[in-house]
Ligand binder design. Structure first.
Ligand code: VGL
Ligand code: ZN
Length: 201
């Protein structure tokens, strides 16, 4: 168990009902996530953490609307409503999430010109966040993912973890999806193809 970490992705107010980029029923996962924290050797939280002029915000691209996709220097990027602005209430963790258990909080998306869905690499898929080194130096090689949103930050994180050679499980019952244009099915397919265990309890 000391070799297993629970990585809780972006359980923040803006991804919960009432938030700027609300994921349907995003708040429902919180009790189950808290309970799972007691069954692993390490708990890591990620926190989407954007400057107010972040380039993933549609508001920074005149003529574009949220949920449109554009080309950035590093590849395609979905444009989002302003969300998880550093220091805002929307960026805070859901008030019922047991953050006391977290041994490490990894912030991501803090550079204006690049988004970071994954907890391991920014969206250019090469700039590391440092989380891999943290896990390896603690000899953690099994990762369980949960959180928001299944089809973006959870999937990108789990896929990177699998590529890096970690043993990866995603607790689908403790995730919720944005699910735009078939993004959930696509993400589930990619994760399955990578040998990630997709489980519901
Ligand atoms: C996320 C879109 C933008 C996520 C973060 O946590 O899945 N999605 N920023
Ligand atoms: Zn974001």
């Amino acid at each position: 168990m000391t070799d297993t970490a629970l990585i809780v992705i972006d359980v923040q107010n803006d991804f919960c009902p009432g938030g700027a980029l609300a994921v349907a029923q995003g708040d429902r996962i919180v009790p189950g996530v808290n309970a799972l924290m007691g069954q692993v050797g390490a708990v890591i939280l990620t926190q989407d953490w954007h400057p107010s002029d972040h380039s993933s915000f549609a508001s920074q691209h005149p003529g574009h609307a949220p949920m449109e996709q554009i080309e950035m220097p590093y590849g395609p990027q979905v444009l989002w409503p302003d969300h998880c602005v550093q220091g805002s209430d929307g960026a805070a963790f859901h008030p019922d999430l047991n953050t006391n258990r977290a041994q490490m909080i990894a912030r991501k998306g803090f550079r204006r010109d690049i988004d970071s869905y994954s907890a391991f690499f920014e969206n250019d898929q090469t700039t590391p966040t440092g989380l891999e080194g943290y896990l390896r130096s603690r000899a953690i090689d099994k990762l369980v993912f949960c959180g928001l949103a299944t089809d973006f930050c959870v999937a990108w994180s789990a896929l990177d973890a699998a590529r890096l050679g970690f043993d990866v499980t995603v607790r689908l019952d403790l995730c919720r999806a944005i699910d735009m244009d078939g993004s959930l099915d696509a993400a589930l397919g990619r994760m399955g193809d990578m040998g990630i265990a997709l489980v519901n309890s």
